[in-house]
Design a protein around this ligand. Structure first.
Ligand code: PMP
Length: 426
């Protein structure tokens, strides 16, 4: 049992009057009802957290409570429930602001997920600033959702997508970033943590190099927000995107952080209710930020669930979660690398949460299917990062991705499972 008792490094970031309670993984597991599920007669070993994480009772209960007590449409009604629902929704925004250490709640835009956040920036900031002959810089580590929106934009505008390469360990080659950043570069978009390899990118460094040339930076934080302390002011980034469902919150809700001056200048995303101040057939005046980017009825219960999930993470302490996962990752990497015929894909200097591997003579899908028979859930495939697979000369990997509730015993079960597969296929 891992027991760490450390306070978050930035207590100011913890949600008001929430005190870090320390980290006891057995107590934490009791907060996640799904972990009691038996799969094919075995205890569930859930190691697919990079795809989506399981939900604590606190988040599930908050959603139920919202529908049982508070539900009404927000920002419009003068009646009691509408005001209460609005207050809940805006309280969630405040929690996200503090979770990311953003300067102001208006810098937090509710979207469906990281994918929509990136599309929003590409379709508003991107469309307004990128012209024919301009360039957008991304990296060879990106998830498809941080490739395709930029590719679509470049295609529409006649612009060029430029790619920062990675080395054989899965680290970005930052000297190449310097070479690629030029007078035509309009934005840099890079993941904080790679979902395929687990590489943690040197965001502060990337932001400094880009800002030195007056180029804004978007960070895809889908894999970082659930496992690292994120401080957008320290990182210095201009945009930060993450998904609620990977951060122990519900599906259907996600976050775009944007610096207020950038958001103010950006054209709106979708048109509709709530994003307007006034409408006539001649002219529409848009609402102020962040509402300008939130057309239509938003996912209110999703915001409420995310609020509860982020408060839960704050109570555990993001530093404690990061330390717990780091210990598990080192333990798993050591054990899995020792298995004959295994090749770990992604050996970056700094990694978080993700361990990808291939096994000689066994397709990753077979590994995943056989482990499932023992109740062990891992992901196999290209992980929506086909360029990463191509870079390493594989079409798929088996990916173990950690969550705050995983244990060394679960890693032992995984390692036993992989040994057995080896015996069957040997
Ligand atoms: N970026 C990264 C690094 C991811 O891992 C994912 C999800 N796998 C996404 C973006 C997209 O997230 P969502 O599907 O929740 O929008």
């Amino acid at each position: 049992m891992t027991k760490l008792l450390r306070m978050p490094s930035n207590p100011g970031q913890a949600v008001a009057h929430e005190i870090a309670l320390g980290f006891d993984v057995e107590r934490v597991r009791a907060d996640f009802p799904i972990l009691q599920t038996k799969i094919h007669g075995h205890n569930l070993v859930y190691l697919d957290n990079a795809a989506t994480s399981q939900k604590p009772k606190a988040a599930i209960a908050a959603i139920t409570r919202y529908y049982e007590r508070d539900n009404a449409n927000i920002h419009r009604g003068v009646h009691y429930l509408s005001e209460r629902a609005t207050a809940e929704f805006e309280a969630a925004r405040k929690t996200v602001q503090m979770f990311l250490n953003a300067l102001h709640p208006a810098e937090i835009v509710f979207v469906r997920g990281a994918t929509e956040a990136i599309n929003l920036v590409a379709q508003t900031y991107g469309r307004a600033t990128v012209s024919a002959g301009d360039e957008v810089v991304i990296t060879a580590l990106e998830h498809h959702s941080n490739i395709v929106p930029w590719q679509m934009l470049c295609e529409e505008k006649g612009a060029m997508l430029r790619i920062v390469p990675i080395n054989d360990d899965g680290d970005l080659i930052l000297e190449e970033l310097d070479r690629l950043l030029g007078p035509r570069t309009k934005i840099v978009a890079v993941s904080h943590v790679s979902n395929a390899l687990g590489t943690v990118n040197a965001i502060t460094d990337i932001v400094q190099r880009s800002h030195a040339k007056n180029i804004p930076v978007l960070i895809d934080g889908a894999q970082a927000a659930p496992r690292l302390t994120v401080d957008v002011q320290k990182l210095g980034c201009d945009f930060y995107a993450f998904s609620g469902h990977k951060a122990y919150g519900p599906t259907g809700i996600g976050i775009l952080y944007g610096k207020s001056d950038l958001l103010e200048d950006m054209p709106p995303y979708q048109g509709g209710g709530d994003m307007i101040r006034s409408v006539t057939f001649e002219k529409t005046i848009y609402n102020k930020i962040p509402h300008k980017f939130e057309a239509g009825t938003p996912d209110m219960s999703g915001a409420v669930g995310l609020n509860a999930a982020l408060k839960y993470l704050n109570r555990l302490g993001m530093d404690n979660i990061a330390a717990h996962e780091a210990e598990l990752l080192a333990y798993a990497t050591d054990a899995i690398s020792r298995i004959p015929g295994i090749r770990v894909i992604g050996t970056a200097k700094e990694k978080a949460g993700v361990l990808s591997f291939v096994m000689e003579g066994v397709h990753p899908h077979d590994i995943g299917t056989i482990l499932d028979q023992e109740g062990i859930a891992i992901r196999t495939g290209h992980h929506c990062a086909q360029p990463v697979m191509e870079r390493f000369g594989v079409d798929a990997t088996a990916r173990v991705s950690l969550g705050l509730y995983n244990t060394k015993q679960e890693i032992d079960a995984l390692v036993r499972g992989i040994h057995n597969i080896r015996k069957v296929f040997a």
